[in-house]
Design a protein around this ligand. Sequence first.
Ligand code: GDP
Ligand code: MG
Ligand code: ZN
Length: 362
Amino acid sequence: MSNLTTMGFSPFFQKDFNLIINNFPEPDRILLLPARIIAEFRSEYEAFSEEGVIRLKPSLEFKEMEKPSVGDWVIYRKSADGQMAGRIIALLPRISCFYRKNAGRTSETQIIASNVDRVLIVCGLDGDYNVRRIERLTAGVYSSGAIPIIVLNKCDLMDDTSEAESDVSLACPGVDVVVVSALYGINISLLDKYCRRLGQTSALVGSSGAGKSTILNALIGEDRFETNSVRKHDNRGKHTTTSRFITELEGGGLIMDTPGMREFGLMVDEESIEAVFSDIEALGKNCRFVDCTHEHEPGCAVKKAVEAGDLSEGRYNSWLSLLRENRSNLLRSDKRAVKKEARRWGTLVREGREIRRRKENK
Ligand SMILES: Nc1nc2c(ncn2[C@@H]2O[C@H](COP(=O)(O)OP(=O)(O)O)[C@@H](O)[C@H]2O)c(=O)[nH]1
Ligand SMILES: [Mg+2]
Ligand SMILES: [Zn+2]
């Protein structure tokens, strides 16, 4: 890891960084530096900065969506004793934030990946294979501000993958679908054009056991990170300390591995669902009423298409249930646009608090 640019520090982050540190007295500023969180531990973070890989502790309590997460850019204050350490004083606004709603009747969310350019939705072509889940995750990625790519892994286990491929393409129109076998290295190089881009970050998401870590190992060409097949007593030397981290790819590009998700609760802006179900959107243009809900209105082109078999009932039901679930989750939240909140919040509040605290201490 050589410099901030290769780690993804762009003018977008530079601008906010400058804005914030300009609020601090001049002699103080040289101690304030940007860093990117690359791993998270119980009470501290590992981050990359101009100084190299450092350990950071937060200097304040952060609320869930404001809490620095792997991928985030933060401002930290260098420790005075010359240690490779410091304290996080602010979180820079995100360019993207992929999160899920926690399970149950709550509006709490959990960040999966911050500041990624692309999200690779990994699905195994075994018992893991589930088009409905892929649709759901794709809607979540659209809402995050990142670009979704669908990776169907374990193609060695399926004789003919063409049906799965076309089903997924129909379910997520316009999204690239890549069929690979991480274990046998089949088609792994097809992922290069998404992942090996200087200064850009991709994230691997999906169920536990889908093959995310195996894909990561295949991309780095080395059996470096722990996979499920590695038994506990023979995994010495493997990185097992944390399951969410960023690593650099040879030839440029950063990649984040994430822990497996059992459930992915959706709480997004409705346009993200419409983007995945663009076929239903297009059909809806021909409904008699402009505000047709496609549920019970006369002259509904969507229902007509279902009856005629032009739109599969499974897809129609999937769309309807995602929409309903999302609406009820949004209602349970504080109704403000969740996505915008996730990106915007934070920094200025934190900065204001920090300045106030410092004034009070004088
Ligand atoms: N047959 C087959 N098995 C795979 C493939 N990729 C991963 N696996 C296996 O699936 C299991 C889970 O893989 P892992 O990478 O740990 O999944 P993760 O939980 O998504 O990180 C391991 O036993 C892998 O060896 C593949 O392409 N083909
Ligand atoms: Mg894994
Ligand atoms: Zn309609």
